[in-house]
Ligand binder design. Structure first.
Ligand SMILES: Nc1ncnc2c1ncn2[C@@H]1O[C@H](COP(=O)(O)OP(=O)(O)OP(=O)(O)O)[C@@H](O)[C@H]1O
Length: 310
């Protein structure tokens, strides 16, 4: 089934709590039908932004809309947007299925929807068990199931990978991709880039309530300059062949080259007749880029935009 997606738009959003500026003139768009990672360290303002989107708190200024409409003005919100803000708010003595049936009753959905969404999140067998016996991962799945009851076009998920083991994270990745492939728009927050890096199409990175970056993971990696790892028995001729403006750092038998692509380094090695045992574009330092971006309050920058780089 393909659903018609809606875009999420946050424009000039500001939310203050007394003297605390939780969100400060934040603007970004989540294009319809994409998965966007909403990233920032603890306290960056992610939850507050999501709460504004879901009409749980009123913005001090600006707007947060889904398909151009404020949550409060959506005719049947549960059929437009499904949200998971925290997985701990389940009544422990109620079974997963009964919990979902309560939501069905409140929202006017048939009871069978509870079983359908339990199936979707792989909880069919555990549906009759009391939530008190659920693991953290099962609670997260139940939260997702609740978000899916109205078969919404938009999913807003606050730290859904929290407390999941690697298997659970892998499951979540496939699940979200499947939901997006059906045409849904998904905004998923995390304070750990690596949790969402393989899942998302684009990232919106905020710090201290303000936008730091928006773009694809590839753009994020490129913006910091790629590192190429080279390994081989004798790399001296390659080092001699590198252009002056390329960076090179040797650690034992490995050379880290910056400022060149793998194609360029491979070609230089070929022409210098250097034997290579490894030639890898290093992307694993994305977490470091993320850390650097969010541990300072640099200027707002869109990739390809006119802002200064860091
Ligand atoms: N209801 C509130 N009253 C007062 N201050 C608040 C309230 N909600 C959030 N804040 C403050 O606003 C700032 C942003 O918090 P928020 O929870 O939105 O960040 P976050 O990025 O979601 O962080 P985390 O990953 O820790 O949940 C923090 O300084 C927080 O203490």
């Amino acid at each position: 089934m393909i659903v018609t997606a809606e875009a999420i738009e946050v424009r000039g959003l500001r939310k203050t709590f007394g003297a605390v500026k939780a969100v400060d003139d934040l603007t970004f768009t989540v294009p319809a039908g994409t998965i966007t990672g909403f990233l920032g360290p603890n306290g960056a303002g992610k939850t507050t932004t999501l709460r504004c989107l879901l009409g749980l708190v009123g913005p001090t200024a600006g707007t947060a809309t889904i398909g151009g409409v404020r949550y409060a003005d959506l005719p049947r919100p549960a059929t437009t947007v499904g949200a998971m803000l925290e997985a701990s708010s389940f009544h422990p003595a109620r079974s997963g299925r009964n919990h979902l049936r309560v939501y069905c009753t409140v929202n006017g959905f048939p009871d069978r929807r509870a079983d359908e969404v339990l199936e979707l999140v792989g909880l069919s067998k555990a549906g009759g068990q009391k939530v008190r016996g659920y693991s953290m991962g099962m609670r997260q799945r139940l939260g997702l199931a609740a978000a899916l009851l109205g078969d919404p076009k938009v999913l807003i998920l606050d730290e859904p990978a929290n407390g999941l083991d690697p298997e659970g994270i892998a499951w979540l990745r496939g699940f979200l991709r499947g939901m997006a492939d059906e045409g849904r728009t998904i905004l998923v927050s995390s304070h750990v880039l690596s949790e969402v890096e393989q899942t998302v199409d684009t990232v919106v990175i905020i710090n201290k309530g303000t936008l730091v970056r928006q773009g694809t993971i590839a753009e994020l990696a490129d913006s910091a300059g790629q590192t190429v790892l080279v390994r081989g028995p004798d790399l001296d001729p390659l080092i001699a062949a590198l252009p002056r403006d390329a960076g090179a750092e040797r650690v034992e038998d490995t050379l880290r080259v910056t400022g060149l692509s793998t194609d360029e380094v491979g070609h230089l090695a070929f022409t210098a007749r250097v034997e290579l045992h490894e030639l890898t574009a290093r992307t694993s330092d994305l977490e470091q880029i993320f850390f650097a971006l969010t541990s300072e309050s640099g200027p707002v920058e869109h990739f390809g935009g006119e802002g200064e780089t860091r």
